[in-house]
Design a protein around this ligand. Structure first.
Ligand code: ATP
Length: 304
């Protein structure tokens, strides 16, 4: 099975306005999929449809190759944390989890302790959830979404409004669940740099449309723009690189050259320069940032 979740022209139209149009998302087992877009791009709309919280006006989706629309069996394989985690503020984390277990018919409430452990909240005891930090509340929300052992977790802007420590804790929780439990994630965010620390696939959304779907590996490749080389003799270095057939390069100053082609030939470049007795101080691939890439494909505007 290639995809555990696949949307097929998933569409949501409000009046004449498309909040999401012909969305085709492909999630593989074990992937962390970053759904990236500005406010109002359509991320929540898409996630709500996949989570069964709203009905598409067009298209459908498959979960583990079975029709996912209005299907309680496939629905149970997806856990979600969208908008409000639905936490009772006067109850402890454990009691919140027990209530949800009972509500959705999970008989073994020992699951609550396991889940607290998984999200790093097992030492919160009787402390009321209302007194938790935002990061702790998010982790409790993630624990709630894990009840019923779903294979896919959907998180809508899980780090929005968190302080740096909260962001790290939520990120580490996601990474742990992904590596230890092989849970796949779809995570929406407009915080690209943060998302790039964990996502291995991206979908870029703008105006309700999926502009591009790309793996992190391929994205890094696409963002790799140049090799910056620092040497004691740029003239000699350029002659050596030229011998390798490299023509697209420029001198930046008396010690630096930028090479704009043959990006994947850095080991050969290094060997060539060293064999010619040139001192190489540094040879490094420089990337366009993920944010720059996003700005380029969406046609400008820094407000991501
Ligand atoms: P945000 O990060 O701000 O939540 P988003 O990418 O999740 O943004 P959505 O909430 O999915 O965006 O909204 C996409 C578009 O659909 C917006 O133009 C929004 O105004 C519109 N929209 C969403 N829900 C409704 C609704 N119930 N009725 C009408 N329009 C809606």
């Amino acid at each position: 099975m290639k995809y555990i979740l696949e949307t097929k022209n998933l569409t949501k139209k409000y009046g004449s306005h498309y909040a999401a149009k012909d969305i085709n998302i492909h999630l593989e087992k074990g992937q962390i999929y970053g759904l990236v877009g500005r406010n109002g791009a359509g991320k929540t709309t898409i996630l709500r449809m996949i989570s069964g919280l709203s009905q598409p006006t067009g298209g459908t989706f498959d979960v583990f190759e079975k029709e996912g629309l209005n299907n309680p069996v496939t629905r149970a394989r997806i856990g979600c944390l969208i908008e409000n985690p639905g936490i009772f503020p006067k109850l402890s984390a454990r009691d919140n989890l027990i209530i949800k277990c009972k509500a959705i018919g999970v008989p073994d409430i020992k699951v609550a302790d396991e889940l607290l452990e998984m999200v790093g909240l097992s030492d919160t005891g009787k402390k009321k959830a209302g007194a938790f930090s935002l990061g702790m509340k998010q982790r409790l929300g993630i624990a709630m979404s894990l009840i019923g052992s779903p294979d896919i977790i959907i998180l809508d802007e899980p780090i929005n409004g968190l302080d740096p420590q909260g962001i790290i804790e939520v990120r580490e929780t996601i990474e742990r669940l992904n590596t230890e439990r092989n849970i796949s994630f779809i995570i929406s965010s407009h915080l690209l740099d943060e998302l790039s620390k964990i996502a291995n696939k991206y979908g870029f959304i703008q105006n309700g449309e999926l502009l591009e779907e790309i793996t992190a590996e391929h994205l890094i490749e696409k963002c790799t723009k140049r090799v910056e080389i620092s040497v004691n003799n740029t003239e000699k270095a350029m002659l050596e690189l030229d011998k390798m057939g490299i023509k697209d390069m420029m001198v930046i100053d008396k010690n630096h050259i930028n090479v704009l082609e043959g990006i994947d030939r850095t080991p050969d470049m290094l060997r060539q320069l060293i064999n010619a007795n040139i001192d190489v101080y540094e040879l490094v691939r420089k990337n366009e940032s993920l944010e720059d890439y996003y700005i380029n494909i969406t046609g400008g505007g820094k407000n991501v």
